[in-house]
Design a protein around this ligand. Structure first.
Ligand code: PLP
Length: 355
């Protein structure tokens, strides 16, 4: 009782939104608990098709395909799309599921330094010998709350005739003026070819993932993507809840704006208190502490003060870069944010992280 959660990916607070919950219950009652089938046998209902259409519309893309998770979407795409004659160029700090997806494909693999455009350009030059090039990056990086330089990536992709893939798990629903994501934020919606994202974070938080992009690509995935072909269909309640979350976001960007204002409040108050917060303008606010033990004891002490946060240390983040990752949600009130900052200040002083 009385504990505030500051470590969930529930950026917009939609997992407890009454309309989202009602939509899940209605879908459960009308369409059943589950399909006991993969999509292409008897696992497709009207709600699956409707949600795919809605996702494509939301991102202003031609088509979309649902998966049980974004991990699956990332596991399926590279192998289905790329051959041994192609190349994939991946940011070294990409999410584990992108790394695993790339491992499964037979394309030539390049790993460029984190958000380093010189290094990406050098690797693109080397990759000119291959048939097709795909640059793969997280839109927003979950450990640091930093945002990929998509404008520059897209310019390089154009110069070297490459496609751009982004993982938008920590962007869909809230980055950009209408919450469409990193591509909207940076004005490159027409330059990014493929988007993978999750329904398990800002969009209701239940589960599920998807790829959205050109229709021929989505058709290809329906024919070839193994996690799509060989894994069960999304349960109706999950579909209902994601579909309602998208409706709410397309009606108004008020929820996303409220979360952005709270993010700003937290970041500026913590910086004024003397903490270093990594990233910029993103609800992932890593409080950089350096020492692993310090991060762990401070997180424990924050819980004693009613604030639930988690310390991250090696191997999840590099050695010497331990941190407490705070995540802001639209459901936090201004008072909740202030309570969190006060607790950090007290705990930081007690453990020597602040003077
Ligand atoms: N990609 C990124 C960047 C993530 O942070 C995550 C989840 O942690 C995933 C993919 C996997 O998403 P899902 O939980 O839908 O499998």
């Amino acid at each position: 009782a009385g504990i505030l959660n500051f470590c969930a990916n529930n950026y917009l607070g939609l997992s407890s939104h009454p309309e989202v919950i009602r939509a899940a219950v209605e879908a459960l009652e009308k369409f059943g608990a589950g399909l006991s089938s993969v999509r292409f046998i008897c696992g497709t209902q009207s709600i699956h098709k409707d949600l795919e259409e809605k996702i494509a519309h939301f991102h202003q893309r031609e088509d979309a395909i649902l998966y049980a998770s974004c991990f699956d979407a990332n596991a399926g795409i590279f192998e289905a799309l790329l051959t041994p004659e192609d190349a994939v160029l991946s940011d070294e700090l990409n999410h584990a599921s992108i790394i695993d997806g790339i491992r499964l494909c037979k394309a030539n693999k390049y790993r460029y330094k984190h958000m380093d455009m010189q290094d990406l350009e050098a690797k693109l030059q080397d990759a000119q010998k291959h048939r097709l090039r795909l640059v793969a990056t997280d839109g927003a990086f979950s450990m640091d709350g930093d945002i990929a330089p998509l404008r520059e990536i897209c310019q390089l992709a154009q110069k070297y005739d490459a496609l751009v893939f982004i993982d938008e798990c920590h962007a869909t629903g809230f980055l950009g003026p209408n919450g469409r994501g990193t591509d909207e934020l940076l004005g490159v919606m027409d330059k990014v070819t493929i988007i993978n994202s999750t329904l398990g974070k800002a969009l209701g938080g239940a589960a599920g993932g998807y790829t959205t992009g050109p229709k021929p690509l989505i058709d290809l995935l329906r024919q070839r993507s193994r996690p799509y072909l060989f894994s069960n269909s999304l349960p109706p309640a999950v579909v209902g809840c994601a579909s309602k979350a998208l409706d709410l976001l397309m009606e108004s960007n008020a929820i996303a704006q409220s979360m952005a204002a709270k993010t700003q409040r937290f970041r500026s108050k913590m910086t004024a208190a003397g903490f270093t917060i990594s990233g910029k303008d993103h609800p992932i606010c890593p409080v950089m502490l350096g020492d692993a033990r310090l991060a762990s004891v401070m997180a424990e002490d924050m819980l004693n003060r009613g604030i639930y946060v988690i310390g991250f240390s090696y191997p999840v983040v590099p050695k010497g870069k331990a941190r407490i990752r705070v995540q802001i949600s639209a459901v936090h009130s201004d008072e909740d944010i202030d309570r969190c900052v006060e607790a950090f200040t007290e705990v930081g002083r007690k453990h020597g992280a602040l003077p």
